[in-house]
Design a protein around this ligand. Structure first.
Ligand code: NAP
Length: 305
């Protein structure tokens, strides 16, 4: 089986993973959106990784998603709403026993992808690393963090897992990946939408702690109901710690809105509200928050689904 790391999406996280794997001597191939993006990439010839003020260049080979060679290992590094449509196009290229690593934030997109590729193993990831693109084909490593990977259907670690350590990608295999993803989703629901609605940095929520508390209480209820009691433990305290520790930061949702980009709402707060509905739970604060956010996005002319 080929050990090439195919990377779908040369955005912030995809480029960060691609550069570190290439630096460690691993075979890496980028899969770009279409021939136009491929031509733009080829004109530059590679990706630049900027760490502190230092920039390194990696001439990583790339293809558009019309290539035909089989794919054995695929890092899916698109936004949550792009993952399943992108996979639908690539599915015929996946070899028997192919493994996918899904980097998407939130929940829901992983199942959408798995439905497209029932013959592949889907490994879920939860990342606290931070990166952004100062320009096309450049990635700035903005925040050191950690990656948890796991497969809810199979506790055995992937055989390539040691590649990550060799590439300096901090990661741990976990059998509790769903608990990690739920916890991160709950933190996101308690913080990010409010930063958009109150137009503030994370620290601005210190003036709205009663709203935050009410959301945390409902989110904890939801987590229990969804069989994730561990993810509910000490949620309110952690949300407050995160608000204090990141007081000067703008949340990812705030930044998406400020830059006029589509948010991942559907896979975060939207997912939480749909899960509550499925369980017959009336979570009025959470639903009211979702409705206010939808109204806010629509007023800005941004997608609200
Ligand atoms: P991003 O910078 O917007 O990158 C997404 C990339 O996917 C873009 O380069 C886009 O291509 C590409 N793409 C979309 N559809 C495609 C297709 N059909 N074929 C090929 N490429 C396609 O997003 P990101 O910030 O890396 O985020 C990716 C995921 O990681 C999100 O779920 C995010 O929440 C999560 N995450 C991000 C961070 C972070 O710090 N950035 C941290 C933790 C988690 P174009 O360039 O052509 O538009």
């Amino acid at each position: 089986m080929s050990s090439t790391w195919h990377i779908l999406g040369a955005g912030s996280l995809g480029s960060l993973w691609a550069c570190r794997l290439a630096r460690a001597g691993k075979a890496v191939r980028l899969i770009l959106r279409d021939p136009q993006r491929l031509a733009a990439y080829q004109a530059v010839g590679g990706l630049s990784l900027i760490e502190q003020a230092h920039s390194s260049f990696f001439a990583i080979p790339a293809e558009a998603d019309e290539a035909h060679a089989p794919i054995h290992r695929l890092l899916v590094a698109c936004k949550a709403y792009d993952a399943a449509p992108a996979l639908a196009r690539l599915a015929p290229r996946l070899a028997a026993g192919a493994e996918l690593i899904l980097l998407q934030n939130g929940l829901g997109s992983q199942d959408e992808v798995a439905d497209q590729v029932p013959h592949a193993r889907c490994i879920f990831a939860s990342s606290t690393e931070g990166a952004f693109r100062p320009a096309d084909w450049q990635v700035q490593f903005a925040g050191h963090g950690f990656n948890w990977l796991g497969d809810p259907l199979n506790p055995a670690p992937a055989e390539w897992f040691s590649d990550l350590e060799e590439a300096g990608i901090p990661a741990q295999w976990t059998v509790d990946i769903l608990s990690r993803l739920w916890r991160k989703l709950a933190l996101n629901c308690a913080i990010n939408p409010l930063t958009v609605l109150h137009d503030c940095q994370n620290g601005g929520l210190l003036e709205h702690l009663s709203e935050v508390d009410a959301l945390c209480a409902e989110l904890a209820q939801l987590l229990h109901c969804c069989g994730q009691p561990q993810a509910a433990e000490g949620l309110n305290e952690e949300v407050q710690r995160v608000i204090l520790a990141t007081a000067a930061n703008y949340s990812s949702m705030y930044q998406d809105v400020r830059h006029g980009r589509r948010t991942e709402l559907h896979y975060l707060l939207g997912y939480a509200c749909r899960a509550a509905h499925r369980h017959g739970l009336a979570l009025v604060e959470l639903e009211h928050l979702r409705q206010r956010l939808v109204d806010n996005l629509q007023a800005r002319g941004l997608p609200s689904d």
